[in-house]
Design a protein around this ligand. Sequence first.
Ligand code: SF4
Length: 414
Amino acid sequence: MQDKLKILSAAAKYDVSCSSSGSSRSTPKGGMGNGEASGICHSFTDDGRCVSLLKILLSNVCLFDCAYCSNRRSNDIPRATFRPSEVVNLVLEFYRRNLIEGLFLSSGIFGSVDTTMEALVAVARTLRTEHRFGGYIHLKTIPGASPELVAQAGLYADRLSVNIEIPSEAGLKNLAPEKDYASVFTPMNSIHQGILEHKAESKISRFAPRFSPAGQSTQLIVGASPESDLQILSLASGLYGKQQLKRVYYSGYIPVNRDARLPTLLRPPLRRENRLYQADWLMRFYKFQFDELVDDLHPDLDPDLDPKAAWALRHPERFPVDVNRADLETILRVPGVGVRSAKLIVEGRRHGAVRMEHLKRFGVVLKRARPFLYDPFAIGTYRDFRPERIRPLLASPSESTQLSLFHQPLLLTA
Ligand code: SF4
């Protein structure tokens, strides 16, 4: 059992689509676990990976041969498969020992797509119905799984996810020939439909069954295939809009296999991954459209500048912003000003003029914001806005100085 756990928890580490949020599942009467409890499994390693769930694969045996995956069938690695009852016992045991608050369960494809999906559903169903487990469950939906099994998964899981992995269909076909976008988007669309139907039913009856209450997410691998940030953010924007995903996770490609179809990277593109997360944040909370951040002239995010600063420097006509006159949306677009700070500035103006010296108290990062703001009473703010003078003040050191964690070779196979 220990050996299986070691193999199958290590095999799950490349899937980053496991942030848990949005659950309001409380402890069932006579049951255990609470997906609503403080933090709801929000715990991240310093590279952004979620760690507070028991994050394992049901099996690392896989019929498929995706070029970028350590579990692909052509790799000669130790293999293991849990029985659903073993995963259930592990979750209960770890939960009782207060080691975890929930489960993130994915799997390689063993037997068939539906055999695998059925086993994943069995774990969640047993936890919920036999053990009255109220903790957080994130189930990975296997691409191509039948709609009936996806519908069952949604009844027991807090969150479902189907990984797109490669941000273009051509790229996916090249690196994972056994998959296609239909096998990913069909379950994604049925999850979306299930969530909508549940919302409609819950308005009619409070006894309506819950369906994936924390929504769905997906993962995109960045840098294994040649898509630009424009293509990646355009895809993400569509997923937030059409399928109403809760989160899109970006995973800088980590080379684990030698394969002629894959690029040779000295290290995973973590800077790029970080910039995509920043851009994603701007789209979700700052009302940026993806094509404001990247376009045909600038198809990739600037690696040296955060996307908000890069956008601001490309739009000198919008700056400097007068903190006492600008509307909330304009203030939100100032680098160094967060959503809460922007609201505090607008609120603060009701009580008198907001001066530069007040901004720090409102949470503004003045070092970043000052070049974009104008206050006629403050020394060092100017009406003329010169991007070429500001850029060096905001640019970060290049990637080459940052990534010591991954300087070791990562290849598994010879
Ligand atoms: S289907 Fe999933 S587990 Fe199997 S090789 Fe592809 S990415 Fe890896």
